[in-house]
Each structure stands twice: as C-alpha cells, then as structure tokens.
Design a binder for this molecule. Structure first.
Ligand code: ATP
Length: 196
C-alpha cells in the first residue's frame, strides 16, 4: 500500500480533486474533517483542548464550538501552534491506523497543513493542488460566504505554493484553464505503476 498525501492552499480544490480520485475507487482520508471529529470523540485530546482554550471550546451538548476556537486562535499564532501541536499527533495516529486497513494499491490523505504538520514525512509521495490566490479567495467566498479578510488570514497561516511545490512529487494545476481529469488520470496511472 502506497501512502499518498494531497495538499494545497485554502480553496485550491483539494477536496474537488479527491472526489475524482474516489470515483476511481481510491479511498481518501480527509484530515481536516477527521480532526474535527477527533476533537470531540478523543477524550484525552478534548481534555487537553479545554485546558488550553477553556471549557467554552465545547457547547454544553459536547459539540465543538468552532467559532469560539477560531476566534481564539486566528488572531494568536502561538495559541494556534499549541492547538495544532495537540491535534496533529492524534490525527497522525488515526490516519496511520486508517492506512493500515486500506486494501487498494494506494490511498490518499488530504490535508491543508500537510507540510506544516510534518505529515509528509510519513507518506510516500505528495500531490499539491495549485490555483492562483485571487481565484482561491473568490472560490472560498462563493463556497461558504467567508469574508475576504478571513480567507487571507487563513492563507497567512499556511505555507506558500512555492514552498509546497519544492517538496511535492506531483502538481495538479486547477485554475480555470486546465482540465482536472486528464491530470488526475496521469497521476493515477503513475501511482498504479509504482505500486506494482
Ligand atoms: P479548503 O482548503 O478550504 O478545504 P479545498 O482546497 O478543498 O479548500 P475545494 O473545496 O475543493 O477546495 O474547492 C473550493 C471551491 O472551489 C469549491 O466550491 C469547489 O466546488 C470550487 N472549485 C474547485 N475547483 C474548481 C474548478 N476547477 N472549477 C470551478 N470550481 C472549482
């Protein structure tokens, strides 16, 4: 089983690309949504988050108060670092266990902060999805109604494309000009060859 990472800046189209890989029968571990689930289901992690951010990090019914957490960390880089240092190792262990039970020639782990969390060190190859910054901002505003300021603040907590490109094995260009499916098919073919 070959372990493949897939990353890219906010709004670059990682999830869109992963959905296409899924249609080829390739399983995908979505690290960001898995992380949110683990933040409520993993008791030691939940305890550590409360110790870091206060009990307001969770609603009375146990659900994650994402808005509160976002307000805490997105204006405080040190606190964000501390939160990531709690969450990333748990996600890493969880994804390791997930990879272990996959039966396909290769499987994908999608993570926005793959390099930032050193997740790439435990993977065989990494794919980066690229799109121009203005296009990414436009897509995210359209997708979830975020403000331009919020999208840029999130971008500022991520690596630049030039840093990602340097460490990637495959690049998928996802501006309006390029077709996604042929690029994905080419990578799929190469990964199947590698797994033989
Ligand atoms: P995030 O890091 O925020 O999770 P992402 O990299 O996973 O973002 P997507 O959610 O896949 O990005 O894409 C962002 C938005 O842009 C979505 O609404 C998606 O439908 C749209 N989008 C992605 N690729 C294209 C494309 N080639 N053409 C048109 N719309 C696209």
């Amino acid at each position: 089983m070959i372990k493949i990472g897939i990353t890219g800046g906010i709004g670059s189209g990682k999830t869109t690309v992963c959905k296409i890989f899924e249609t080829l029968g390739i399983p995908v571990y979505y690290a960001d949504s898995r992380a949110k689930r683990l933040m409520t289901s993993n008791k030691p992690l939940k305890k550590a988050i409360i110790a870091l951010l206060g009990k307001e990090a969770y609603f009375k019914n146990g659900r994650l108060n994402r808005k509160y957490i976002g307000n805490c960390v997105f204006n405080d880089k040190e606190l964000l670092k501390k939160l990531n240092a709690l969450v990333h190792p748990v996600v890493h262990q969880d994804s390791k266990a997930w990879f272990d039970i996959q039966k396909t020639p290769y499987a994908l782990k999608e993570a926005a902060l793959l390099f930032e969390s050193n997740g790439h060190l435990f993977l065989d190859k990494v794919i980066t999805v690229l799109a121009d910054q203005d296009e990414r901002i436009r897509r995210v505003i359209e997708r979830d109604g975020s403000s331009k300021k919020d999208v840029i603040a999130r971008m500022n907590n991520q690596w630049k494309d030039s840093q990602r490109i340097e460490k990637s094995d495959f690049i998928i260009e996802n501006n309006r000009k390029e077709l996604l499916i042929p690029q994905i098919m080419q990578i799929h073919k190469e990964l199947l060859k590698l797994s033989r």
